[in-house]
Design a protein. Structure first.
Length: 333
């Protein structure tokens, strides 16, 4: 009876290794050990080998209370560390249980798509609800800005508030997607490069929130705002939500693209197109001192939307592919 249970759990452990292989393109080990003290001395033996191709080593005893269904850290002693000279050396690894819900986890990968959808919705809806007449930008004359504020104040109020809401949701979705990109870079590259992705992505999302807040404040002031105050808020919205947000996100995109090309974990076109987009996004910062460089802002943003959508869907597809069918006693449960 115990042997049957151990066989089932060994199969589940192999499924966990396959899960890692489908998700990241490689497996840490050809198989993984059984993490259950009831399965006898087999728990102390390695059931696979390292990615580098080294021969099997020895697994230390499983942690107290270790069970399937959660991420359980175990210590692996490599073959060279098994000798009396190097027995103190060990490599700590973790295994992902097959009982973790891949469907629930995969939903997070789609946050990259939500980032794009919310932002596009903010543009479309604010355009539909905006007052008729010229649209004011930081480069517009005082007469155009004044006309923009006074033509239809209720419509302007509604348009700016809807835009602020949707752009804030877009920023939160981006903030939820950054850990996925960070984990990808951390797995295939250095921790320093992963830190760049985390820092720059978070900064970009924060800038979008500040930009949306400026739009909301302008909506509350409306036509009662003095021209200088209105222009200051419009400049704040532009300075945070346009070039700076795109430029900082471009640095994160560069790190992800370089990692994708070096590791070949994503298609080559993702890496090369990402490098082009990253360059254009960073160069868009020149728009702060040179108006012609503003042409790089829509390129970095809208072409970048296509890139983020593609990468988000790739990560979601890899995650859902890990939803392997259950076998053994669990198949009929």
């Amino acid at each position: 009876m115990i042997n049957d249970v151990c066989d089932v759990r060994a199969t589940e452990a192999r499924h966990a290794a396959r899960r890692e292989e489908l998700l990241f393109g490689v497996a840490d080990f050809d198989a993984v050990p059984i993490i259950d003290p009831d399965c006898g001395p087999e728990t102390g033996q390695v059931a696979g080998k390292l990615r580098s191709g080294t021969s099997p080593g020895v697994w230390r005893e499983p942690p107290p209370g270790g069970r399937l269904g959660e991420r359980s850290p175990v210590n692996y002693i490599a073959p060279e560390a098994s000798s009396s000279r190097h027995r103190s050396q060990h490599l700590e690894v973790s295994i992902l249980s097959p009982f973790a819900s891949p469907r629930r986890q995969s939903a997070g990968a789609l946050s990259g798509v939500l980032y794009v959808l919310f932002f596009m919705a903010s543009i479309v809806i604010s355009g539909i609800t905006a007052p008729s007449g010229p649209f004011a930008t930081p480069y517009s004359s005082d007469a155009v800005v004044r006309q923009y504020l006074l033509t239809d104040p209720p419509a302007l109020h509604r348009s700016l508030q809807l835009s602020a809401l949707l752009q804030t949701l877009s920023a939160l979705a981006l903030l939820a997607f950054i850990p996925w990109l960070t984990d990808f870079v951390a797995r295939y590259s250095t921790s320093a490069r992963a830190g760049v992705v985390r820092a720059m992505g978070t900064t970009s999302a924060a800038l979008l929130v500040i930009s949306a807040s400026g739009s909301w404040i302008l909506s509350m002031l409306g036509s009662s705002a003095e021209l200088s105050v209105a222009r200051a808020l419009m400049d704040l919205t532009f300075i945070t939500g346009a070039a700076p947000a795109i430029g900082t996100l471009g640095l994160a995109l560069w790190a992800v693209s370089r990692t994708a090309l070096a590791s070949r974990a994503l298609p080559a076109w993702v890496g090369w197109s990402g490098l082009v987009l990253a360059t254009a996004s960073v160069l868009s910062l020149l728009s702060l001192v040179a108006k012609p460089a503003t042409a790089l802002i829509p390129f970095g943003r809208y072409v970048g939307f296509a890139w983020f959508t593609a990468v988000s869907l790739m990560m979601w597809r890899r995650e859902t592919r890990t939803d392997l069918p259950k076998t053994g006693d669990h198949a009929g449960a």
